[in-house]
Design a protein around this ligand. Sequence first.
Ligand SMILES: Nc1nc2c(ncn2[C@@H]2O[C@H](COP(=O)(O)OP(=O)(O)OP(=O)(O)O)[C@@H](O)[C@H]2O)c(=O)[nH]1
Ligand SMILES: [Mg+2]
Length: 460
Amino acid sequence: MKDKPIIQEDTIVAPATAPGIAAISVIRLSGKETFSIAQKLFSIRNLSDKPSHTLHFGTIISKGRVLDEVVLGLFKSPHSYTGEDVIEISCHGSPVVTEQIVSAAIEEGARLAKPGEFTRRAFLNGKLDLTQAEAVADLIASQSEAARRTAVGHLRGRVSQELTKLREQLIQFSALIELELDFSQEDVTFADRGQLYAMVDTAIKDVTDLTDSFRLGNAIKNGVDVAIIGKPNAGKSTLLNALLNEDRAIVSEIAGTTRDTIEEILYIHHVLFRIVDTAGIREQVEGIIEEKGVERSLQKMKQADIVLYLFDISESEKEVQIEIHKLSAQHIRFIPVGNKTDLLRSGQINDRFAGIPEALFISAKEQTHIQELKQRIYDSVISGDVSPEDTIITNTRHMEALQKILQSLCDIRDGMDKGIPGDLLALDIRHCLHYIGEITGEVTNKDVLDYVFSKFCIGK
Ligand SMILES: Nc1nc2c(ncn2[C@@H]2O[C@H](COP(=O)(O)OP(=O)(O)OP(=O)(O)O)[C@@H](O)[C@H]2O)c(=O)[nH]1
Ligand SMILES: [Mg+2]
């Protein structure tokens, strides 16, 4: 929090709750004229004399008409979300009421807030740093428990904390190096190069852990697309049903049952996976509908983060190998899954497919090894030793800056290896500090802020 909040001249207003019918809707006002604008609309006098964090019941009156009975929440600068004077009006949750109150506030001098503008003001007043502001948007958009948990961690400053220690150490070192430069005639070294070297080494490892977590972070934030691909009758729809544990897709012994793609959501360890069942792929298609279905299957296969390549274990190993080669050649990430194990003895299966050790064998119909398959799907998005308990990077902007941090740390290390002079080392350290500041928002420009806050909804 900054010592003295920046209060914007223009007062903004917006509904903070989703449009539509609800028990209540909340309308927010923030800015210099918050109290005077609210006072013109509200029945109770002397609003600005009331203590902060108090609620007031009364009516909203505009042009002599009572618009609604409301509860008004009052937050005085700097003790509010934005750091400015803020008023939250809880009215009845009708879109008409909400719209009229917002319009009335605009007539009295407020202007409609832009997306994320309340949070932008909170950021400018140091109420939260940029990673925390971004976490607000992520939390609102979270669609799974894992996404919620990660966003709350970021909201509580986890990403910034990871970088704070590195930042402090770098600042200390650059100060010592600057000091050396002041005494350059005397050929002294204050900054212990061995210590800097060890610190940079640790930092490279820590930052690499963060960049490694991005694949999981991205999966947590956006969900993972999984396509079930295979020949007609391999049992793809039966597998979809088994994964979901419900009869979602039509199953039949007729090859070509599924014509269009079917998409359903499955949570594995609280991460969201979108599972797509597709039309069976075969060379000889019968008619235009099947042709279109196959086209769509191929498209889903290419879009998926991971493909379950399902084959019937009555097929020969050679046939399956050919398909596996095709997938590998297209750089598609896939798990080979042999289906219908209930029809063969397990010894026979291992003999038949000895050349495909990575394959998992299931019976979709009998629901055997479905849990193992779920675990394999989940593991496919977690790289290395990243666990959901670690700090996880979910944001592309952070990822890009972290890669630059990593590069500048490597530059510092290379520079020391080559024994470069202190002033050049100081320059590399400054680069690194700059990129750290880009993540947390200490170094920023209007374009970055516009980009970050454009992703918010209006009223947040
Ligand atoms: N014995 C046995 N039969 C299975 C198994 N899985 C699926 N089937 C049968 O195989 C047939 C085809 O199953 P589907 O799930 O419709 O196959 P599909 O891959 O979706 O087929 P298309 O939609 O036509 O591409 C049905 O008769 C299923 O009952 C299994 O694990 N064991
Ligand atoms: Mg099917």
